[in-house]
Design a protein around this ligand. Structure first.
Ligand code: ATP
Ligand code: MG
Length: 278
């Protein structure tokens, strides 16, 4: 997984300087009948089970569900970082099955931003260099003011920009990762628990920032935090690899209650849930 993400960041760009052959789409992210298995035989796990979902342009969605229900797998398949066992994914108007790995990498680099908890900043680069990375890799102009602006928007100051990731707190590193996702002004942002390492005040300001950025950008956030739905147009509930429901503008209290129920069902191993195992 990390290798795939790193290749997203560092693979050569065969289309550098040329226009990409990708069209704009009113539904920038679409999954049709996506199933994802991990492993084989008796150890096989079905992380996603025939999932069909569409995220409209400019929509802001929270994906919620118990631990192990398939949220991260859903995000990774939607981003083309994991290949579905069956079904298809359209990203920014293009069927990922029709693209080579390299073309997928270029599409992601130019049009998609990521904030994944497991996606660490590159340790030998300063925070400013990390934030500038998507622009450099995309052969786009890097302006110091643009980097400082992206950093300031997530609450990082000039001194912090000069430091290495190891010299920042976990929450500050997370903010730098968010600035890096924003800096190239992508059409789609995928974020896996982007506020997990943040205090409530910073989490709120980061979500406000993402929300602002979502003017025209499609944002999909995996989260365990019911409060996140206050910023979202809709919440997608995942249970045992399936979409349980899609709820427009839910209340955080109702979401907390649903999550509690899903968690209890998952932990209790009720007949409808087997942890995803086949
Ligand atoms: N690389 C992998 N190899 C094998 N099984 C995997 C792999 N990735 C995920 N799984 C399994 O797929 C299922 C869904 O995992 P996933 O990471 O998508 O869950 P999640 O909803 O994101 O959980 P969490 O809230 O704990 O992050 C789990 O049963 C998990 O063990
Ligand atoms: Mg996860």
């Amino acid at each position: 997984m990390m290798l795939v993400i790193m290749s997203t960041l560092i693979a050569d760009d065969p289309y550098a300087g040329s226009e990409m052959p990708f069209a704009a789409d009113p539904t920038p992210v679409r999954l049709d009948g996506v199933t994802k298995h991990y492993g084989h035989g008796r150890g096989r796990v079905t992380a996603l089970d025939n999932v069909s979902l569409a995220f409209g342009a400019g929509s802001f969605t929270a994906v919620l569900g118990a631990s192990g229900s398939g949220k991260s797998t859903l995000l990774q398949c939607a981003a083309g970082l994991e290949k579905p066992s069956s079904g298809s994914v359209h990203l920014c108007g293009t069927d990922l099955n029709s693209l080579s790995d390299r073309q997928q990498t270029v599409l992601r680099r130019k049009r998609v931003g990521f904030v994944f908890q497991g996606l660490n900043l590159l340790p030998e680069l300063t925070i400013a260099e990390n934030i500038a990375l998507p622009l450099r890799l995309g052969h786009r102009r890097v302006q110091r003011a643009g980097i400082a602006d992206a950093a300031a928007r997530v609450g990082l100051n000039a001194a912090q920009l000069r430091r290495l990731p190891s010299e920042l707190s976990g929450g500050q590193q997370q903010r730098a990762a968010i600035a890096r996702a924003l800096v190239s002004r992508p059409e789609v942002i995928f974020a896996d628990e982007p506020t997990g390492a943040l205090d409530p005040y910073t989490a709120t300001s980061v979500l406000n920032l993402l929300r602002e950025t979502a003017q025209g950008t499609t944002v999909v956030i995996v989260t365990h935090d019911p409060q996140v739905v206050r910023f979202c147009d809709q919440a997608v509930f995942v249970y045992a690899g399936r979409i349980e429901s899609v709820v427009p503008s839910p209340e955080p209290d109702a979401v907390a209650a649903w999550l509690h129920e899903y968690g209890a069902r998952a932990a209790g191993g009720s007949s409808s849930y087997n942890g995803g195992a086949q």
